[in-house]
Ligand binder design. Structure first.
Ligand code: NAP
Ligand code: GDD
Length: 336
């Protein structure tokens, strides 16, 4: 399929013919954007979520009436078999994970069970219930870790630097293995960092935009961060979910790097975000060793040539637009 063709024909009128997608991790940042995107293309969207003692629908509140929710957990294979039997989706997007790198050092086994083995549980469930399901695995640039090559592409060797990265390497290779072993339509999207106003507050970009907004509004007087020299290839999550869908529409499954192709340090991010609020970041940001990691990923920058050529995917939101969007959203939220 060429770049001009964005996918299989998606019927939008007859509800019986509407393709059905199951999204794991529906309550997460990407789950909410992907659900919006698929609804916009006429999909019947089922979101899998795990049981929790409090409702956690902040990101999907506005689309709750348009989607179906089903309870399942990556730690429990039978629960996913049941969800697949009940809903018989055409496509499954596995976005669920223990996704915070710092936590993975303290909860390495849980991260391995969820982010790594959870992928096998889900692939096995698909194999048992409906093997013709098209599958997307949320792989990560964190797999490149201590990078062997700059920029990183689909052929760059992996050298993960955290239990999270190790678990994602496992999830990636089991996806490739099930594709090769069982002829499953299973694709792996190697996505570089992508952010948004819906990003979790513990990730550095959102921590900075939220912190800067609090300082501007007089709600805080400092922001404590870790390694300011780390460099990341940051894009907008809303742009990246389209690439997930495009991968699943290809005749042949595959692996694709999705990125901006530019890198910025945490320091630069601070300067830009605080600057947008007319604040000098150096007066407020303090380095706190508690936010340093046992092993760091120093530099990530991707090469998206394959995605551009095969999928026709390019990002629509610039780095500066992304930072502005996040800063403005945090100011607005804290003012209301
Ligand atoms: P996120 O906001 O942390 O969302 C993770 C989702 O996984 C949440 O809905 C969470 O549910 C769910 N989850 C966690 N453990 C689960 C379990 N045992 N069973 C079922 N669901 C579980 O992550 P994100 O930023 O949207 O990222 C989506 C995926 O892409 C993740 O796999 C992440 O590792 C990967 N990824 C992200 C980036 C990025 O920059 N954002 C880059 C590359 C890859 P709760 O709400 O109940 O916690
Ligand atoms: N979270 C955090 N908090 N990170 C900080 C801080 C801080 O106070 N100070 C500096 N950093 C640095 C981290 O050391 C890291 O080098 C960088 O900021 C980015 O950290 P995160 O925003 O936590 O993201 P990440 O790159 O570790 O992981 C994210 O991107 C991966 C893709 O490369 C997550 O979304 C992963 O799930 C994703 O796979």
């Amino acid at each position: 399929m060429g770049p001009e063709n964005l996918g299989r024909d998606v019927p939008t009128t007859d509800t019986d013919l509407m393709p059905k997608a199951l999204i794991t991790g529906i309550t997460g940042q990407d789950g909410s954007y992907l659900a919006e995107f698929l609804l916009g293309r006429g999909y019947d969207v089922v979101g899998m979520l795990r049981r929790s003692s409090t409702v956690n629908f902040e990101r999907i509140d506005h689309i709750q009436d348009e989607i179906t929710l089903a309870q399942g957990d990556l730690l429990d294979g039978a629960s996913m078999i049941q969800v697949l039997r009940d809903h018989e989706p055409d496509e499954v997007y596995n976005l669920a994970a223990q996704s915070f790198v710092q936590t993975s050092f303290g909860q390495a086994v849980l991260t391995g069970e969820t982010t790594g083995l959870g992928v096998t549980r889900l692939l096995d469930a698909i194999r048992m219930v409906k093997p013709d399901i098209r599958f997307y695995q949320a792989s990560s640039s964190e797999m490149f870790g201590k990078v062997n090559q700059v920029p990183q592409d689909e052929d760059t060797p992996f050298h993960p630097r955290s239990p999270y990265g190790v678990a994602k390497v496992y999830g990636h290779w089991i996806t490739v293995n099930y594709r090769e072993s069982y002829d499953m339509h299973a694709s792996s999207g190697i996505l570089f960092n992508h952010e948004s106003p819906r990003r979790g507050l513990e990730f550095v970009t959102r921590k900075i935009t939220d912190g800067a907004a609090r300082i501007k509004l007089g709600l805080a007087d400092e922001l404590r961060l870790g390694n300011l020299d780390a460099q990341r290839d940051w894009g907008f999550a809303g742009d990246y979910v389209k690439a997930m869908w495009q991968m699943v529409q290809q005749d042949e499954p595959g692996d694709f790097v999705i990125c901006m192709g530019e890198t910025h340090s945490v320091r630069e991010f601070c300067k830009l975000a605080f600057g947008m609020l007319d604040l000098d970041w150096e007066q407020y940001v303090t380095v706190d060793p508690q936010f340093y990691r046992p092993a760091e990923v120093d530099l990530l920058i991707g090469d998206r040539s394959k995605a551009e050529k095969v999928l026709g995917w390019t990002p629509e939101t610039s780095f500066e637009e992304l930072v502005r969007m996040m800063v403005e959203a945090d100011v607005k939220r804290l003012q209301s």
